[in-house]
Design a protein around this ligand. Structure first.
Ligand code: URA
Length: 210
């Protein structure tokens, strides 16, 4: 089990996640709930951003007041399911830069296959927050972080909705420098690479493709 893990078990997140897990929850609600949880995960994952005092004038006085300092943020979505989290993250972090990595899982080998890669040139100067709701085998997460490091990323965090213990361990082995934030760690990964109990295929449920 990863040691660099932030498990966010806030009651609001847990309640919304329960609704998402239910097979009775339809596409529109599923998407809305993922967006809302992602807003809260954005709040948690940015908890340790450094601040500095800046001088401002309120209508009544001139004061020193805290503002976020240091590196700017870049969100990176692992498509396509990552896009459902990206929306909520950007609600909270509207000026973040955005990158996309297109990966699909080969259904036989469960290995990731890349079909798209576009990130800002100055990614090395930014805190990179990588999002994908389901950390299952960890293969896609590891491949995405490898590609980002090849492109200069030095400071990264990984945010998911649900993690399998197997995927967490694999990710931690490959990238021990990258903290993982998740709303839940489920029981196990089944033979088809699905998280159990999980919520099914996040992409299909959010886009209504099945
Ligand atoms: N991807 C999903 O969408 N669901 C899983 O359970 C595992 C990977």
């Amino acid at each position: 089990m990863t040691t660099n893990l932030h498990l966010i078990n806030h009651p609001l997140i847990q309640h919304k996640l329960t609704l998402m897990r239910s097979e009775d929850t339809a596409t529109d609600n599923f998407r809305r709930l993922l967006r809302e949880i992602s807003q809260m995960l954005a709040y948690e994952v940015t908890r340790d951003l450094p601040t500095e005092l800046i001088t401002i004038k309120t209508p009544l006085a001139t004061i020193q007041s805290p503002a976020i300092s240091g590196k700017k943020l870049c969100m990176v979505s692992i498509m396509r399911a990552g896009n459902g989290m990206l929306d909520g993250m950007l609600d909270v972090l509207p000026s973040a830069r955005v990158g996309y990595i297109g990966l699909y899982r080969d259904p036989e080998t469960l290995e990731p296959v890349e079909y798209y890669f576009k990130v800002p040139d100055d990614i090395g100067e930014r805190l990179v927050i990588v999002v994908d709701p389901m950390l299952a085998t960890g293969n896609s997460a590891i491949a995405a972080l490898n590609r980002l490091k090849e492109n200069g990323a030095v400071s990264m965090k990984y945010v998911c909705l649900l993690a399998a213990p197997e995927g967490l361990a694999a990710l931690q082995d490959a990238h021990p420098d990258v903290p993982v934030t998740t709303a839940a760690v489920d029981e196990y990964l089944n033979d088809h690479g699905y998280i159990v109990p999980g919520l099914g295929d996040a992409g299909d449920r959010m886009f209504g493709t099945k």
